[in-house]
Design a binder for this molecule. Structure first.
Ligand code: GLY
Ligand code: MN
Ligand code: MN
Length: 437
C-alpha cells in the first residue's frame, strides 16, 4: 500500500531527529473528522503530522525518540476493529502502522496516557507545537507532571518544551523532489480545469456552474479535495478578495476571476485566472489585465536563489503603480506613489506566499529581521492583482468592477525558477482563442 513511500518519510524523520539533538518529539494529528448527526465529513491529517508519517487516520500521535533501543518512531493509532470498520472505514491497525508506515513500534491510542510518561523519563527536552490544540496541550503537561512526581526515585522530567515548528517548518519550506512532483501534479490538474472553465464560460451561466467544472476535474483526476474553497467571482464580486458564495449570474461585459486549485496527496496548487465572461477583452479590461500580467512576469523573472523574498513583490508593485498612473487611476510620481503605498487602494495584498502541504505554507519570511533569501526547492505563488471597486473616488466609471488576479505557482530551481502552473493560459490571445471555441 504505502510501502513505496516509507523510505522518503523515514528520511524526513531521521533529519528531524538529527536536528533535535536528543529529547522527544510529540506530534498529534488533527482532531477527529467532524461528525454531525451521523454524517462524517472527510478527515485531513494535520500537515506536520502527515509530513512525517504519511498516515491519514484520525486519533493518531507520532512520537520520535532519538536513540531509543526498541526503535525511534512510535505511532499511537486506532486498533483494528472489524465491527467499527464496517461503519467508519478501514484502519491500518498496529500491524499496518509498522508494516506500511514504517513505525518501529505501534500502540493503541487508548494506551497513550500509560506509555508516553515512560518515554519522557530522563529526557531533558520535549519538542511539541504548543497552542494549536488546548486539550492536547494540557495532556502533555499532565504527562510531564507525572514524570516530575517520580523525582525521589531518581527519575528526571523534561525541563524544556521547545517548539517543534522551528525545526519542522524550516524543513517543510524547502521541498524535496517528491513534494515538488506532487505540487506539479496538482498544478497540472488545476490548470486543466482553468482551461476547461475558459472553454465553457458564457454569459447567463451561474458562478457555481463554473465551480462545478473544477470540482469535476479535480475528482476525476484523483484529487481528494480542493486545496481551498474555490473563488468564482464575476463583476463586482471579483473585487471581494475572499468571495466564495459563487451564486451570481455571469453577465456579458463583466470580468470573471477564478482562484481555484486542487490538493494531491496533501499538497496544494493555488492558481488564479481572470478573463472576460464573453471571451473578448474590452479596452479597459485589456489595459488593466496587461498591467497585472506584466507585473506578474516582471516579478517571476526576478526569482532565483539568493534573491530576497521582497524583491518579486517590489517589482510587481512598481509595474502596477506605473500602470495605474498611465491610465489615470493614480496621479503623481511613480516612485513617490510606491513610497506612499498609494497602489494599495487597488492592490491590497502581497504578491505571494509559500506553497506546500498548506496553501499558505509554513516557513518564515524574515530571518533575523531581514527578508529571507530564496533557495532552490522553495515553492511560492506569484499573484499580483488589481481590484477597482464601483464608486472608487476619482476613478472614471469605465474602470469600475474590474477585478483581476493572475496567480502562478513557482519553484525556485538551482539557477532560476520553474513555473509549475504554466499550462493554465494567461496571454490575452490564448484566452480569447480558447474562448472562441
Ligand atoms: N487562494 C488563496 C490565495 O491565493 O492566497
Ligand atoms: Mn495564493
Ligand atoms: Mn489563490
Amino acid at each position: 500500500m504505502k510501502e513505496q513511500f516509507a523510505q522518503q518519510f523515514a528520511k524526513r524523520r531521521d533529519e528531524v531527529m538529527q536536528m533535535m539533538g536528543g529529547g522527544v518529539a510529540i506530534i498529534p494529528t488533527s482532531r477527529e473528522s467532524v461528525r454531525s448527526r451521523d454524517v462524517m465529513y472527510p478527515f485531513r491529517a494535520s500537515s506536520d503530522f502527515y509530513y512525517l508519517t504519511h498516515f491519514n487516520e484520525p486519533e493518531a500521535v507520532a512520537v520520535l525518540v532519538p536513540g531509543r533501543e526498541h526503535g525511534e518512531f512510535i505511532l499511537f493509532c486506532r486498533e483494528r476493529d472489524p465491527e467499527k470498520e464496517i461503519w467508519d472505514g478501514r484502519r491500518a491497525g498496529l500491524e499496518g502502522a509498522c508494516e506500511f508506515y514504517g513505525a518501529d513500534d505501534a500502540f493503541p491510542i487508548t494506551d497513550i496516557d500509560e506509555i508516553v510518561p515512560g518515554l519522557l523519563e530522563n529526557r531533558e527536552k520535549v519538542f511539541y507545537s504548543m497552542g494549536s490544540n488546548d486539550e492536547f496541550d494540557s495532556r502533555l503537561m499532565t504527562w510531564v507532571n507525572e514524570v516530575r512526581s517520580k523525582s525521589r526515585k531518581g527519575i528526571s522530567a523534561p525541563t524544556e518544551i521547545l517548539d517543534l515548528g522551528h525545526i519542522l517548518h524550516e524543513m517543510r519550506l524547502v521541498k524535496r523532489c517528491e513534494e515538488k512532483a506532487l505540487i506539479h501534479k496538482a498544478c497540472k490538474i488545476s490548470a486543466r480545469a482553468h482551461k476547461q472553465a475558459m472553454k465553457v464560460c458564457k454569459p447567463g451561466m451561474k458562478e457555481y456552474e463554473i465551480e462545478a467544472e473544477f470540482q469535476y476535474i479535480f475528482r476525476k483526476k484523483g484529487s481528494e479535495f480542493p486545496a481551498y474553497p474555490p473563488i468564482v467571482a464575476t463583476g463586482e464580486n471579483a473585487c471581494v478578495l475572499h468571495y466564495v458564495e459563487n451564486r451570481a449570474e455571469l453577465k456579458d461585459g463583466d470580468m470573471l476571476l477564478i482562484d481555484a486549485g486542487c490538493e494531491i496527496d496533501g499538497y496544494a496548487a493555488d492558481i488564479s485566472r481572470s478573463f472576460p465572461v464573453n471571451g473578448k477583452f474590452s479596452a479597459e479590461q485589456r489595459a488593466l489585465y496587461e498591467v497585472v500580467l506584466n507585473a506578474q512576469q516582471v516579478a517571476i523573472d526576478t526569482i532565483k536563489p539568493g534573491v530576497t523574498w521582497d524583491v518579486p513583490h517590489n517589482a510587481a508593485v512598481h509595474v502596477i503603480t506605473e500602470g495605474l498612473v498611465e491610465y489615470g487611476l493614480l496621479q503623481g510620481d511613480v516612485d513617490e506613489l510606491v513610497g506612499s503605498a498609494a497602489y494599495q487602494r487597488f492592490y491590497m495584498h502581497k504578491t505571494g506566499h509559500w506553497l506546500g502541504l498548506d496553501v499558505h505554507d509554513v516557513g518564515d519570511y524574515k530571518v533575523n529581521d531581514n527578508w529571507r533569501e530564496l533557495e532552490c526547492g522553495m515553492i511560492m505563488t506569484v499573484e499580483p492583482g488589481l481590484y477597482i471597486t464601483a464608486g472608487s473616488e476619482g476613478v472614471d466609471e469605465r474602470w469600475w468592477n474590474i477585478g483581476i488576479r493572475i496567480e502562478d505557482d513557482v519553484a525556485v530551481t538551482k539557477n532560476g525558477h520553474e513555473v509549475l502552473s504554466i499550462d493554465a493560459p494567461k496571454q490575452i490571445d490564448d484566452i480569447e482563442h480558447l474562448m472562441k471555441g
